[in-house]
Design a protein around this ligand. Structure first.
Ligand code: ZN
Length: 181
């Protein structure tokens, strides 16, 4: 049972800043495995540990056939931004145009505690920013301007999962999209 239930918007764990990884042990390797399998099962382009209820600074990504993970990410963002369609496995079925830096360099560690660096643009850059936000308790709708966020909240309140904080298995009511994070 490595596929874990994905926490849904409203669950307090999604609003809790996650703790840095300090122990690179068997338990961490199991967490990375669970995240990877849950992300691929969803399917999603990225998944952060708080989304499966673990408040640690770890995320996985699966973008353009590139599968990986990062612990304790530190981001350097480009100055230029782009709007793009963005969704989240914790807000099933929804996506909103969200501004993100076009390119990102992410430094951190792999599950063995070795330093690694990820460089990306487009969906990869969007994914890394989205997942790192999760580790800070930030949800992508927080990145919208006030007007767009108000509209988004209106849509969120109309969903059948709104107010239901119980963990459940992720689903993808509109079929597979590549932008689920
Ligand atoms: Zn997300």
């Amino acid at each position: 049972m490595a596929v874990q239930p994905i926490r849904i918007f409203g669950d307090p764990v999604l609003r809790t800043p996650a703790a840095p990884v300090v122990t690179f042990d068997k338990e961490l390797r199991k967490l990375v495995k669970d995240l990877t399998e849950t992300m691929q099962h969803a399917p999603g382009a990225g998944l952060a540990a708080p989304q499966i209820g673990v408040s640690l600074r770890v995320f996985t990504y699966w973008v353009d056939d590139e599968l990986g993970h990062l612990c304790n990410p530190e981001l350097t963002l480009s100055d230029d931004y782009e709007e793009g369609e963005e969704g989240c496995l914790s807000l099933p079925g929804l996506s909103f145009e969200t501004p993100r830096a076009r390119r990102v360099v992410a430094r951190g560690m792999n599950m063995h505690g070795e330093p690694v660096m990820i460089e990306g643009s487009d969906l990869m850059a969007r994914c890394v920013q989205h997942e790192t936000d999760h580790l800070d308790g930030i949800i992508f709708i927080d990145r919208l301007d006030a007007e767009a966020r108000k509209e988004a909240m209106k849509v969120i309140r109309s969903t059948e999962w709104f107010g239901d904080h119980a963990p459940k298995v992720a689903f993808s009511p509109h079929g597979i999209t590549s932008g689920w994070l």
